[in-house]
Design a binder for this molecule. Structure first.
Ligand SMILES: *Cc1c(COP(=O)(O)O)cnc(C)c1O
Length: 381
């Protein structure tokens, strides 16, 4: 017998309550029980997104939500600013280009956050820019952006929308969709929402709907207008992922019971303990600034291949984390602490890192990183 542990930055662990809910017999999506279910999850999603806007539910991975957020709001030949500070920012650029959008890419060195001033300057240079695309949390590098500051720059512009990939941000740290004026917020089910992969969610502001009116692009499945019209009547355009939505209801119930501020505080506390534990073990985190509370990207020590760390965590220790991507392959490994996680997930992950590094011949003192995290995570009597 080998017990498995999942510490990857997606998919993440799913609570037993959600798994059990998802095992219920399938209900029909045009029957009254679905209407009741969908009404509930739509209301709860608005709470999670901190918005009164529509939050569309799509049967796809997160990237489907990203693709729809390009296709529905922009036309071929439109200009967009894309922040590329890692793998997922690069993806915004690729999607835009595949829909004929002219991309002004702000390339940020991996490990850094974007300086919001660069976005302001790019907008001044191209005032006819239709959309700005960013990640709230860039999962490939473990860096968070200052979404609030960026929203302050875009919000006053009446013909430019801000589209935020919040796939490892929403339900981890504060994203105030309406208060900050974020036009389009995208997330997926398999990260902080504590669900299996398979759903994407997109909130759409009035400004974005206005842009959608004039946009001409080709799409069929990701038709946001059609989805919104149906979903306001608790009907999806196509067969929804019914079991996922049943699980979503339970996940949102759990999140609501905890409360937004407590969710953010839990993630901040765990992320801090992870980073402090990593430092105490003599290791360095990869982000040069504003590390995301969703995951920690850790630098592989000199002379040790990060992929070997990843591989040894998996075998023999049965822990699934993540390696680095592209030029970071072998240089970093990543451990998630988002979603269904608490104190002992961080302790276990740190313990495993210490053991694996020791196995690989790195002089890490066993228990020091763990001890630091224990100190930080102990609860007062
Ligand atoms: C996981 C993730 C995505 C979406 O990936 P899918 O595999 O399509 O679900 C997009 N952006 C970020 C920042 C992510 O972490």
């Amino acid at each position: 017998m080998q017990k498995r542990y999942l510490f990857a930055p997606g998919p993440t662990q799913v609570p037993p309550e959600v798994l059990l809910a998802m095992a219920s017999p399938i209900i029909h999506h045009r029957a009254p029980d679905f209407v009741e279910l969908f009404e509930q999850v739509r209301a709860d999603l608005k709470w999670l997104f901190q918005t009164t806007n529509d939050v569309l539910v799509l049967a796809s991975s997160g990237t489907g939500g990203m693709e729809g957020s390009v296709a529905n709001f922009l036309s071929p030949g439109d200009k967009a600013i894309v922040v590329n500070m890692g793998k997922f920012g690069e993806r915004w650029g690729k999607i835009c280009k595949s829909f004929g959008v002219i991309v002004d890419e702000i390339v940020v060195e991996w490990g850094h956050a974007v300086d919001p001033q660069l976005i302001a300057e790019a907008l001044q240079k191209n005032p006819d820019t239709k959309a700005v695309f960013i990640q709230a949390s860039e999962t490939s590098t473990g860096v968070a952006n200052d979404t609030h500051a960026i929203a302050d720059i875009v919000r006053p512009l009446s013909d430019t929308i801000l589209v935020v990939d919040a796939i490892t941000a929403l339900g981890v740290f504060d994203i105030r969709t309406d208060e900050w004026g974020v036009d389009v917020v995208v997330t997926g089910s398999q990260k902080a929402l504590m669900l299996p992969p398979g759903l994407a969610f997109v909130s759409v502001s009035e400004k974005a709907w206005k842009l959608a009116e004039s946009a001409k692009n080709s799409y069929f499945y990701y038709n946001f207008k059609k989805e919104a019209e149906g979903q306001r009547k608790q009907q999806t355009a196509f067969t929804p992922a019914v079991s996922m939505i049943v699980g979503l209801k339970e996940a949102l119930r759990m999140l609501k019971e905890e409360g937004l501020q407590n969710i953010f505080a839990r993630h901040a506390r765990l992320a801090n303990a992870m980073r402090e534990g990593v430092a105490a073990a003599g290791l360095s985190i990869f982000p040069k600034e504003s590390p995301s509370n969703a995951l920690t990207a850790i630098q592989a020590p000199e002379g040790i291949d990060g992929q070997k760390i990843y591989a040894r965590l998996r075998e023999p220790y049965a822990i699934t984390a993540a390696g680095g991507q592209d030029h970071l392959k072998g240089k970093i490994f990543r451990i998630s602490h988002m979603g269904y996680v608490d104190t002992f997930d961080v302790i276990m992950a740190l313990s495993a890192v210490e053991m694996v590094l020791k196995d690989l011949g790195h002089p890490v003192p066993l228990g020091v990183g763990v001890g630091k995290a224990e100190e930080l995570l102990r609860k007062p009597i």
